[in-house]
Design a protein around this ligand. Structure first.
Ligand code: SAM
Length: 253
């Protein structure tokens, strides 16, 4: 692996160096030869190279042109490199359904997750490394202090599983926080009828955590328009309750 590349903060570059962790990640992905696999942010190839041993073909999207050079120099016939921003990529290019993996740049992890949420019909599953706190928020149950917009938006569409924690020493440069591997599978039956309405209701509900839903949702819904008790705070509501709120809001329009 090249040691010449200087990690760029603006691209969230923390390169995995711990071989054991890399092995564990590949074991979690459990790639099969004919999997249609896409890696976001391959970097210098820490996960890419072992994955290439397991699959007939691998697509990667990398934004940093210097890293593209390093990846190209490996000269791997089963690797297809795409230079660009994963946030703007049309997943239809990869002949879906696809399995997506990546040690995601922390600075854009939420926008990437939201982009993939909109494209979940093209996805079989996703195995990501993210900041531990982000994964914990994604997986949090209602009633918990860390349950919020991200928890609801993710759990309404995906099964979420925290697989294992990765310490800062596993990277170069070491990030300031712990990381975690999360495994996401699109729900077989998603009950969200209108994603834009759902997004709007969830965003408004969590806009002021200390206020009641009656207050947060006053521009969207009155108590008479819904069976959900609006004297509660958003963090008390499970996913189904948010789905009901969104349906009731849509009916009120
Ligand atoms: N996979 C490598 C590893 O585990 O060592 C690198 C992981 S590093 C945390 C994140 C990678 O994502 C970097 O290679 C970075 O250049 C790339 N990246 C950052 N923003 C990106 C974007 N918007 N689209 C595609 N790749 C991006």
């Amino acid at each position: 692996m090249s040691t010449k590349h200087k990690a760029r903060k603006r691209f969230g570059q923390n390169f995995l160096t711990d071989e054991k962790i890399i092995e564990q990640i590949v074991a979690t992905i459990a790639p099969k030869r004919d999997d249609n696999l896409l890696e976001i942010g391959p970097g210098q190839g820490a996960i890419t190279l072992p994955l290439l041993e397991c699959v007939d073909a691998l697509n990667v999207i990398e934004i940093d042109r210097d890293l593209i050079e390093i990846l190209t120099a490996y000269n791997k016939p089963n690797l297809t490199i795409h230079q660009g921003d994963a946030l703007n990529f049309d997943l239809n290019l990869f002949n879906p359904p696809i399995r997506i993996v990546g040690n995601l740049p922390y600075n854009i992890s939420s926008p990437i997750l939201f982009h993939l949420l909109e494209n979940r019909d093209k996805v079989i599953d996703m195995t990501f490394m993210l900041q531990k706190e982000v994964v914990q928020r994604m997986a949090a149950d209602h009633g918990s202090k860390i349950y919020g917009r991200l928890s609801v938006m993710i759990q309404a569409f995906f099964e979420v599983e925290l697989i294992f924690i990765v310490p800062p020493e596993s990277f170069d440069p070491a990030p300031k926080v712990d990381s975690a591997i999360v495994y996401l599978t699109p729900l077989k039956t998603c009950k969200v009828a209108n994603i834009e309405i759902f997004k709007k209701v969830v965003k408004a509900a969590f806009a002021h955590r200390r206020k009641t839903l009656r207050n947060c949702l006053k521009l969207l819904l009155t108590q008479e328009q819904t069976s959900i008790d609006l004297s509660q705070r958003a963090e008390m509501l499970d996913i189904d309750a948010f789905i009901t709120l969104a349906i009731d809001h849509e009916k009120s329009l």
